[in-house]
Write a protein that binds this ligand. Structure first.
Ligand SMILES: C[C@@](CO)(OP(=O)(O)O)[C@H](O)COP(=O)(O)OP(=O)(O)OC[C@H]1O[C@@H](n2ccc(N)nc2=O)[C@H](O)[C@@H]1O
Ligand SMILES: Nc1ncnc2c1ncn2[C@@H]1O[C@H](COP(=O)(O)OP(=O)(O)O)[C@@H](O)[C@H]1O
Length: 284
């Protein structure tokens, strides 16, 4: 039976600027996305039943709302192999934490089923399908450190020194839609002009989220004692950047027990793409 296991990595927004708002309500952004070498694990197994099944850590998400199901359903009309699929999910990423777990699961599903169902779609076709599922999905299809513009779909490659990141989930859920509809969110950051440096960047959602969720403020204040730190996306996860793994792990050991955290390295290329290439080589 054909079986494929892939990691759906976390992302960090190393900065997030909001430049304006479109007529449809979506925000124009500039954000530097980097992939981490840590994520959820998804196993795809083709089945003789002509349907999409999801098992594993899916508690709390109705099947039809699961981004894995939505991604698989979007590819159904394009499949050239008339088989169903069972997807087993092992969730390692905090949900709604700004590390993009749901979007990454969706992108990984598109990449896996494009191969297993022999859809023969290009990465840009997959990214277009992914954009209908969430603004961050194209970043994971692209799978590289990238500067995103527009609503997150215009991507340009970006070279960034790799670091070890301690990512802390403060245990509060921040709704992306709630932050983007709050009148107090700043929406007028000027677009970056080349050449720009990381020191002139920030996360425009951070002040608002800190005010609405004091636990996020507490997390950032704690992390900043050790290293340069920021919130990712619309939160609630925050990250601190370290030059070496040992220091990041030591700080993780000191972390208050009411929070959850992990240490991971940034990667130039998404782990999903590397695993898929290895699998394809073996199948040849
Ligand atoms: C802003 C980011 C940065 O990474 O936040 P995080 O979700 O990672 O925290 C993302 O682009 C979010 O992407 P994603 O979570 O896929 O967003 P979607 O599901 O498409 O949209 C969720 C809600 O956020 C708002 N939204 C999202 C993206 C955007 N550029 N402008 C918006 O105004 C929309 O109102 C929408 O109702
Ligand atoms: N497979 C999935 N994994 C995580 N969240 C999912 C999934 N499918 C649907 N969702 C929904 O998407 C929301 C956002 O998920 P996630 O991508 O983890 O957040 P964020 O974009 O803040 O990082 C979750 O709160 C959840 O309701």
């Amino acid at each position: 039976m054909t079986k494929l296991t892939l990691t759906a990595p976390a992302k960090l927004n190393l900065f997030l600027h909001i430049n304006g708002q479109r007529d449809d309500g979506y925000h124009e952004l500039e954000s530097l996305f980097t992939m981490l070498d840590f994520g959820d694990e998804l196993t795809f197994e083709l089945s003789d039943y002509d349907d999409i099944e999801i098992s594993g850590d899916v508690q709390g998400i109705p099947k039809e709302d699961n981004l894995i199901y939505k991604a698989a359903s979007a590819l159904l009309p394009r499949r050239r192999v008339k088989k169903g699929v069972t997807v087993h999910l092992t969730k390692h990423l905090p949900m709604g934490g700004g590390v993009g777990g749901g979007s990454s699961d969706a992108a990984t599903t598109l990449l896996a089923l494009n191969t297993l169902w022999n859809c023969q779609l290009s990465l840009s076709e997959l990214a277009n399908i992914g954009l209908q599922l969430g603004a961050d999905v194209p970043v994971f299809i692209n799978g590289k450190t990238a500067l995103a513009q527009g609503v997150g779909e215009q991507l340009s490659s970006f070279e960034q020194a790799h670091k070890w990141y301690l990512v802390v989930a403060p245990g509060v859920h921040v709704s992306t839609a709630k932050i983007f509809t709050d009148p107090a969110l700043p929406r007028d950051t000027p677009k970056l002009k080349a050449p720009w440096s990381m020191t002139e960047t920030r996360n425009d959602c951070e002040e608002l989220v800190k005010k609405l969720y004091p636990e996020v403020e507490k997390t950032l204040t704690w992390l900043l004692k050790y290293a340069p730190s920021r919130m990712t996306g619309t939160g609630s996860c925050c990250f601190a950047a370290f030059d070496d793994e040992q220091t990041a792990q030591r700080v993780l050991q000191d972390m208050p027990s009411s929070w959850q955290g992990f240490v991971a390295k940034s990667a130039s290329e998404s782990i999903t793409h590397k695993q898929l290439a290895t699998w394809l080589n073996k199948e040849k």
